[in-house]
Design a protein around this ligand. Structure first.
Ligand SMILES: NC(=O)c1ccc[n+]([C@@H]2O[C@H](COP(=O)([O-])OP(=O)(O)OC[C@H]3O[C@@H](n4cnc5c(N)ncnc54)[C@H](O)[C@@H]3O)[C@@H](O)[C@H]2O)c1
Length: 341
């Protein structure tokens, strides 16, 4: 059973690779609330790099089961930054050890795993937070506030997109294998616009339609996806996401159309265009480190007994959209200019 945490959360990072550097930075920024007490990775090089970044972490493990067996008393929570296929196993072991959990996206790669995770978290009574860092973008937060205060009336249409040219070769990475990645680009970068869409729509999903393509990357999954989602409140949502082209010129990361006007924006710029006006009111939002904000939110939830903004339920709902999109898009590979890597 989890214990109440009084002052600082003692955190173990599991998976000390690429993105854990941003998490480690968040821990350092919020050192009044968080402390990294252990690292776990199979790579000596990554253990060394993360330990150096954090100013020296003496407790280093190659196997998280051994960490939970030998070091459990010293850890309150884990921060999981592993390849996708390992998320479920690490979450289940952490829950069994009574640890609170922050896990990088996606929560896991199948709905059966998601249901096992939900049951394990309930049984252990621990807090689970889905690491959906882009919910901490001021543009997303302000858009949500504008929707809730009915600045554009009832919402009818929503778009959430994230397209860019990914320079790095994925061929020999875990991301190239559908079984390890759990799919292709949509469950990776495309996961961000998907949870943003779900958050802004504020309703359950009725249906998902999608199509996909693979143009450049030598991977088994798609490198681009276009998805349509119908929500129970009648909102139609669209996701466009790609590793092989930029956002279409003139479009926005987020776009909301309601009965009284539109909200749209990208990066730190947010616009409100009431119906009948030709020029939008433009605002520049502050730029924030979304990873540091995410780590702070996790710590605050543990210190004050709050539910994280996105937990198991949202982690499952986002995954369900992505899996349904992949299912609905089946057959796209036949027309993909680039064959599977
Ligand atoms: N939020 C974001 O913007 C963002 C960006 C990049 C990655 N991510 C997510 O972060 C996670 C990790 O991605 P990454 O890019 O850091 O990958 P990565 O490959 O750079 O890092 C994964 C780490 O896990 C380690 N590892 C592999 N198997 C292990 C095992 N059995 N036990 C312990 N350690 C093991 C690897 O050695 C590596 O250090 C993924 O879920 C990914 O989707 C999120």
């Amino acid at each position: 059973m989890s214990k109440h945490i009084k002052d600082r959360v003692r955190l173990a990072i599991i998976g000390a690779g690429g993105i854990s550097a941003a998490h480690a930075n968040g821990i350092l920024v919020h050192r009044d609330k968080l402390e990294c007490v252990a690292l776990c990775d199979v790579s000596e090089e990554n253990l060394k790099a993360r330990s150096a970044q954090l100013g020296g972490v003496a407790a280093q493990f190659r196997d998280w089961k051994k960490m939970f067996a030998d070091f459990s008393d010293r850890i309150d929570a884990v921060d999981i930054c592993l390849p996708h296929h390992l998320h479920a196993a690490a979450i289940l072991d952490a829950a069994a050890a009574g640890k609170h959990i922050l896990c990088e996206k996606p929560m896991c790669i199948s709905l059966a795993e998601a249901d096992r995770i939900a049951a394990a978290i309930r049984k252990a009574g621990v807090t689970y937070m889905s690491a959906h860092n882009q919910l901490f973008m001021p543009v997303v937060q302000e858009t949500k506030r504008l929707i809730e205060t009915e600045a554009v009336g009832r919402v009818r249409w929503l778009r959430s997109q994230d397209c860019f040219m990914l320079g790095s070769a994925l061929k020999d990475q875990w991301r190239a294998k559908a079984k390890l990645q759990g799919g292709g680009e949509l469950i990776d970068t495309g996961y961000h616009p998907t949870y943003r869409l779900l958050h802004l729509a504020g309703a359950e999903v009725v249906g998902v339609r999608a199509t996909m393509g693979r143009y450049v990357h030598e991977i088994e999954g798609e490198d681009s996806a276009s998805v349509q989602v119908l929500f129970t409140n009648g909102v139609i949502g669209e996701i466009l996401t790609s590793w092989v082209y930029d956002n279409p010129h003139g479009t926005h990361q987020i776009h909301v159309i309601g009965e009284k006007g539109q909200i749209f924006g990208s990066g730190s710029e947010l616009c409100l265009l009431p119906r009948g006006f030709s020029e939008p009111a433009k605002r520049i939002m502050p730029s924030v480190d979304t990873f540091a904000e995410e780590l702070k939110h996790f710590a605050d939830c543990l210190l004050h007994g709050k539910r994280p903004i996105h937990s198991v339920e949202e982690g499952r709902a986002v995954l369900e959209i992505i899996l349904k999109a992949s299912e609905n898009a089946r057959g796209w590979e036949k027309y993909a200019p680039k064959k599977a890597g």
